[in-house]
Design a protein around this ligand. Structure first.
Ligand SMILES: N[C@@H](CCC(=O)N[C@@H](CS)C(=O)NCC(=O)O)C(=O)O
Ligand code: FES
Length: 114
């Protein structure tokens, strides 16, 4: 039987750009998730999302695993980048787009080499 933590690890391992949020990118259910996903979408690359309102176990377990108490959470290349404040700040200073574009390019390269 796979545990919630196994599930989380698999999601983080398989998706180089992944946001845990409340609601969906098209219909965020909280202003923090809305701001964060808007910044992420502005970077123009594909990303995965998990709606934690549909996944109460992940909502409970991920903050402990991540050592980060709140949502949204942006994970890039298996590492926690941060929540809304950090994402918006990185978007405003250009770091988010650089990180997202580099990550997308790296993984597109990896899959075309495979
Ligand atoms: N300052 C936080 C704002 C996010 C936040 O406070 N999220 C709260 C309200 S949406 C949260 O996730 N609480 C835990 C929960 O709802 O499970 C950030 O930068 O991400
Ligand atoms: S759901 Fe109330 S602040 Fe995010």
């Amino acid at each position: 039987m796979s545990t919630t933590i196994d599930n989380i690890k698999q999601q983080i391992g398989e998706n180089p750009i992944l946001i845990y949020m409340k609601g969906s990118p098209q219909l965020p259910q909280c202003g923090f998730s809305a701001q964060a996903v808007q910044a992420l979408m502005s970077c123009g690359e594909r990303f995965a999302f998990v709606n934690i309102l549909d996944n109460p176990d992940i909502r409970t377990e991920l903050p402990k695993y991540a050592n980060w108490p709140t949502f949204p959470q942006l994970w890039v290349d298996g590492e926690l980048v941060g929540g809304c404040d950090i994402i918006v700040e990185m978007y405003q200073n250009g770091e988010l787009e650089t990180l997202i574009k580099q990550t997308a390019a790296k993984h597109n390269q990896a899959s075309s080499d495979a």
